[in-house]
Write a protein that binds this ligand. Structure first.
Ligand SMILES: C[S@@+](CC[C@H](N)C(=O)[O-])C[C@H]1O[C@@H](n2cnc3c(N)ncnc32)[C@H](O)[C@@H]1O
Length: 283
């Protein structure tokens, strides 16, 4: 992928799938290419849970941001690995409950910046930057982060459905903890990642996805928990996201593409792979 941080432009890769585009397709999005659809259609026969868990994650996002703004009083959010804009994006959910909320979106995929800029053209309180979350210092030093986030006040930092893009070689504990450990008391960490209770199945998934060019590591729930010591989980703690404060009345997602519809409901029969996470508070 070409990357020109000086000019703020990057070129969009068409020869490998990207997480943002493949995930977006499972949410009903249209900004994806043959390579992304072929990747998913080759993955789902072995891991049919993926469509459900992507959608469960996105529904968790709504409930988590609602909790942060409506119940926890959060007014500034740093969203790492934010993905392509869709319905009910973080800043839209936050503003629904806290009109003065400020949001910085961060993603490594240049297509996110291209679409985010269009969505946010007239919005002074929300911005999107292209950065690699593995380099937390470059995120923290970014002028847009410094403009919108005051780290002397509580902040929420989100890593939603991105933990699995951090391999052990990336030192995930450091990546996930840099902002929250340096933030004011009353700050929150929100995170989720694809897990399996069966390490062998998790390893199969890791191999399958990594070989297709997307950095990936399926973990066990205990492996994610180990990064989070010293933070106070919000009830019900870290759980399968389908069980995190479920709300049948929350807004529905866009319908899934017909090519993926056969996989809807797969988690009712097979719970081997699921999305695990929650919110934690720094006291
Ligand atoms: C599965 S999507 C999740 C999107 C969104 N957080 C959500 O929960 O709906 C994962 C996103 O993480 C981004 N990502 C992966 N590795 C990244 C990195 N090293 N730095 C920043 N973003 C990254 C991908 O480009 C993708 O948009």
């Amino acid at each position: 992928m070409a990357d020109d941080r000086q000019s703020g432009t990057t070129s969009i890769p068409f020869d490998v799938p990207t997480s943002a585009r493949a995930y977006g397709w499972m949410l009903g999005g249209k900004d994806n290419y043959d390579v992304d659809r072929a990747f998913l259609l080759s993955t789902l026969p072995s891991f049919p849970e993926c469509v459900d868990i992507a959608r469960q994650n996105r529904q968790f996002l709504f409930r988590a941001v609602r909790y942060l703004t409506q119940e926890a009083g959060i007014r500034q959010i740093l969203d790492m690995g934010c993905g392509l804009p869709t319905d009910n994006n973080v800043h839209q959910v936050a503003r629904r409950f806290a009109p003065d909320a400020r949001v910085v979106y961060v993603d490594i995929d240049p297509i996110v910046l291209a679409h985010g800029r269009a969505l946010l053209a007239d919005d002074d309180s929300t911005t999107v930057i292209t950065a690699d979350m593995r380099d937390q210092q470059s995120v923290l030093d970014h002028p847009e982060v410094r403009r919108l986030i005051d780290f002397r006040e509580p902040v929420a930092v989100l890593f939603l459905s991105v933990g699995h893009h951090l391999t052990d070689a990336d030192d995930p504990r450091r990546v996930l903890r840099t902002v929250i450990d340096g933030s004011a008391p009353g700050s929150y960490l929100g995170l989720s990642q694809v897990v399996s209770d069966d390490p062998a199945r998790g390893a199969q998934m890791t191999e399958h996805i990594s070989q297709r060019g997307i950095p990936w590591q399926t973990r066990t729930p205990a492996e994610l928990d180990a990064f989070l010591d010293g933070l106070d989980p919000v009830e019900p703690g870290l759980v399968n996201l389908a069980d995190w404060r479920p709300d049948p009345d929350q807004p529905a997602l866009a319908p899934v593409h017909e090519a993926l519809a056969t996989y809807l409901g797969a988690t009712e029969k097979n719970k081997g792979i699921y999305e695990y996470g929650g919110l934690l508070r720094k006291s």
